[in-house]
Design a protein around this ligand. Structure first.
Ligand code: GAR
Length: 193
């Protein structure tokens, strides 16, 4: 594995765009003794992201970055990451696609959580698509980020059965509950590789 914990925890930035429930579960995990990471920075493209409140609650620095010009936005982010000596990035409901160049700067050190059983249903509206496709299972995946959308090496997945009575909302809720457990597990796995 490219990362090492040494005696200190690996400084991590979490990128969010909305509610930040995965951010919250990662923060809680990071406080456990067994966690190899500490969360030192929260980045968002959305100044209205309600997940930003976790920055205040847990006293973690947060930065709102306007993505109107992606080049400038990414330069600003890289600068923040450098300033804070960030070694790992967790994308947790971050709804912007990072450029190849950005990813190159953090090669092998960006993890993403996606609400489907990749390689099925890359991109958006995953639960709706799983239901319309009459899939038996939905689920979530934690993977390394490479330059192709939702296509990097898979670290862990969790399946959730789709019931006849499920709709987009009920399925999203069930999958999200699994996401909160899967991301910490995937991080532990990455550091044991
Ligand atoms: C999660 O379901 C996450 O997997 C998904 O957005 C939600 C964010 O929830 N991410 C993507 O769709 C990325 N393409 P949260 O803000 O409560 O963690």
């Amino acid at each position: 594995m490219v990362l090492s914990t040494g005696t200190n925890k690996v400084k991590t930035a979490v990128f969010i765009s909305g509610t930040g429930s995965n951010l919250k579960s990662l923060i809680k995990f990071s406080k456990l003794k067994k966690s190899p990471i500490s969360i030192n920075l929260i980045i968002t493209n959305n100044k209205l992201a309600t997940g930003l409140k976790f920055g205040a609650i847990f006293k973690i620095q947060k930065k709102i970055i306007n993505f109107k010009d992606k080049d400038i936005a990414e330069k600003k982010i890289l600068n923040e990451l450098k300033k804070n000596k960030i070694e790992l990035i967790c994308l947790a409901g971050f709804m912007k696609i990072l450029s190849k160049n950005f990813i190159k700067n953090f090669k092998g050190k960006i993890l993403n959580i996606h609400p489907s059983l990749l390689p099925k249903h890359k991109g958006l509206n995953t639960h709706q698509r799983a239901i319309e496709n009459k899939d038996k299972f939905a689920g979530c995946t934690v993977h390394f980020v490479n330059s192709k959308l939702d296509s990097g090496k898979i670290i862990l997945q969790k399946k959730v059965r789709i019931l006849k009575k499920d709709n987009n909302n009920s399925l999203a809720k069930k999958v999200l509950a699994e996401e909160h457990k899967l991301f910490p597990k995937a991080i532990l796995k990455v550091f044991s590789l």
